[in-house]
Design a protein around this ligand. Structure first.
Ligand SMILES: [Zn+2]
Length: 289
């Protein structure tokens, strides 16, 4: 029997069953053993990361299911994964031609569904004069503030999506925390795959295809609207809908038709969640700039 040096429990063998502490022998206290262990730890983080990413991309809903069933050791936790995706997104996003989740002032003023319906221009004018800045300087200061806030505000989309999931999965016997975990995994996928990987190359594919078609058959009347539609919504239709379809089936055990219908309807819910997030980002940025 040994006494654990960390928690004081009595045990046999090399690991404490209560806290997981490993028993150290004199053979462990060499530089070589130290380096070997350090290498194991580093490569283990790595293999967990790769394993988690593969599951996230290849098997929608599998990570959520593993987490709910208690198979948690092999993968990164949902919050850890979400934060990592958030970090990757804000590093890579400036390279993309899409504004994405960070919404600069010109986009807030002109390109949002609420830009015209709410007195956004008046709010901005009021904030500009109370800050005592001219329009150009205010825009720079605002955009910095908005970019900073966007990173932490992104997380508010998670509980809203969880509420939506609770509505569509009502009667399936899942506790609310399951919907939260599903939402964390979904946004991790959305940030890494849709916003980092796909939107980086997507515009070039669409524009390239449209240009090639134009060279072949002249400019057909449907080409511009079709290219615009593909630029805006194509990635969502081709990636988000199938992702949700498989995830709804795998995690919530929905039938194919129900999962398909709900995956399409969820696009509108996601759009609404993004709009809510952008409006909140505008209000908080204006209030704190
Ligand atoms: Zn212990």
């Amino acid at each position: 029997m040994h006494t654990c040096v960390s928690c004081g429990a009595q045990y046999e063998g090399n690991f404490c069953p209560k806290c997981g502490e490993r028993r150290i022998t004199s053979a462990d206290r060499t530089v070589l053993a130290f380096l070997r262990r350090a290498f194991e730890e580093v490569t283990d983080v790595d293999s967990r990361l790769i394993r988690t990413f593969k599951q996230l991309v290849r098997r929608p809903g599998a990570l959520t299911r593993a987490f709910a069933e208690g198979r948690r050791k092999p993968f990164l936790g949902p919050v850890q994964l979400f934060l990592l995706a958030n970090l990757a997104y804000f590093l890579i996003q400036p390279l993309s031609s899409f504004t994405g989740y960070n919404t600069p002032l010109d986009s807030q003023l002109e390109r949002q569904v609420y830009s015209e319906k709410l007195p956004v221009a008046d709010w901005v004018a009021a904030a500009t004069s109370s800050a005592g800045l001219d329009d150009t300087t205010f825009e720079v200061v605002y955009n910095n503030q908005s970019e900073l806030l966007a990173r932490s505000l992104l997380v508010i989309m998670v509980p809203i999506l969880a509420l939506w999931l609770a509505v569509i999965a009502v009667g399936r016997g899942k506790p609310f925390v399951d919907h939260v975990v599903f939402a964390l995994h979904f946004y991790a996928f959305d940030l890494i795959v849709v916003h980092c990987l796909v939107l980086m190359v997507w515009p070039y594919i669409v524009i390239g295809a449209a240009t090639a078609l134009q060279a072949l058959i002249g400019t057909p009347y449907w080409l511009n609207p079709a290219a615009n539609f593909l630029l805006e919504g194509g990635a969502s239709l081709l990636i988000t809908v199938p992702y949700l379809f498989f995830a709804y089936r795998r995690f919530y055990g929905m039938g194919a038709l129900v999962a398909m219908a709900l995956a399409f309807v969820s696009l509108f819910a996601l759009q609404l969640i993004t709009v809510t997030y952008r409006l909140l980002l505008l209000l908080v940025s204006l209030a704190t700039v």
